[in-house]
Write a protein that binds this ligand. Structure first.
Ligand SMILES: [Zn+2]
Length: 286
């Protein structure tokens, strides 16, 4: 594997799609239409100049179907109809770019919903980076409690803990100066190229990543802090019904407010919600 970033003060970032699900648009944004629309599950391939291949999330795999074929886990599949074929998965997408599973050194996990972690088992050498409090909340959940959190423990590799790099947002390790208006930032790699920012609300320990890309382009991967770009641009909340899947709706609102402020103060940074069609059409195509 010889892909290297050309300039060492940046990474290469490429957005990819790992399947999609459908939801009524009115659920994800107030004023949305009452029709099923596709929500692509995007993840990011990051080529770091010294660390190599890093993923931010993984998209779906067909393991989602296996893990949701029994009650009560099938409720998850009923609420969220998922469409993924083998050729849509992260491992297939990477192979088509001549990147093998073993080449992936790190996977940054934004949160533990199935659309973000379904492919973890495909990458045997990857270390997993995530905020500790998110995993602590779900690690022992089973049955309905797990479904409520959208957590399917069978998606985690058996050696998940041994390969984990947990970042404790209560501690100072990896902590760097905050990035306004957010209160905390962490830099595991220590080079300023990928900064982790807690974006609480959607899920406990929800992790955003501010990435220094090529040509001085910055990307802010915000996962499910909102589902559409319009939401952070105009500060529009989802349908109140969506609150039932949220860890904390007050924090969700505060985070959305902060992303809206960040957007106004940093108009050149590309802010990327994982499921936004506008971003999907711009970077991946219909
Ligand atoms: Zn998601």
């Amino acid at each position: 594997m010889t892909i290297k970033s050309s300039v060492d003060s940046c990474v290469k970032l490429k957005l990819l799609e790992g399947g999609y699900c459908t939801h009524k648009e009115k659920m994800v944004i107030r004023g949305g239409i009452n029709e099923d629309v596709k929500f692509h599950s995007m993840f990011a391939l990051i080529i770091h100049p010294t660390e190599g291949v890093i993923l931010y999330d993984t998209g779906y795999t067909k393991r989602f179907y296996q893990e949701t074929n029994k009650f009560p886990y099938n409720l998850y599949a009923k609420i969220t109809p998922v469409y993924v074929k083998d050729e849509d998965t992260a491992i297939s997408k990477l192979r088509s770019m001549n990147i093998q599973a073993e080449d992936v050194k790190y996977i940054i996990i934004s949160h533990f919903h199935a659309d973000h972690i379904s492919a973890l088992k495909d990458f045997p050498k990857a270390k997993f980076i995530y905020f500790k409090n998110g995993y602590d909340k779900v690690k022992n959940l089973k049955g309905f409690f797990a479904v409520k959190e959208g957590f399917l423990s069978g998606l985690l590799p058996d050696d998940f803990i041994e390969r984990s790099i947990m970042i404790d947002s209560e501690k100072d390790q990896y902590k760097i100066k905050n990035i306004e208006p957010f209160e905390q930032a962490f830099d595991y790699f220590g080079d300023g190229l990928i900064k982790f920012i807690p974006l609480p609300g959607h899920y406990r320990g929800h992790l955003g990543a501010l990435v220094q890309g090529e040509n001085n382009q910055k990307y802010f991967l915000i996962a499910d802090s909102c589902w559409l770009s319009k939401s952070f641009k105009e500060n529009i909340l989802p349908h109140p019904f969506a609150n039932i899947i949220m860890d904390n709706s007050n924090k969700y609102e505060q985070t959305l407010n902060k992303i809206n402020t960040f957007y106004k103060n940093n108009p050149d940074t590309e802010i990327i919600p994982s499921h936004c069609n506008e971003i999907y059409n711009k970077y991946i195509g219909k």
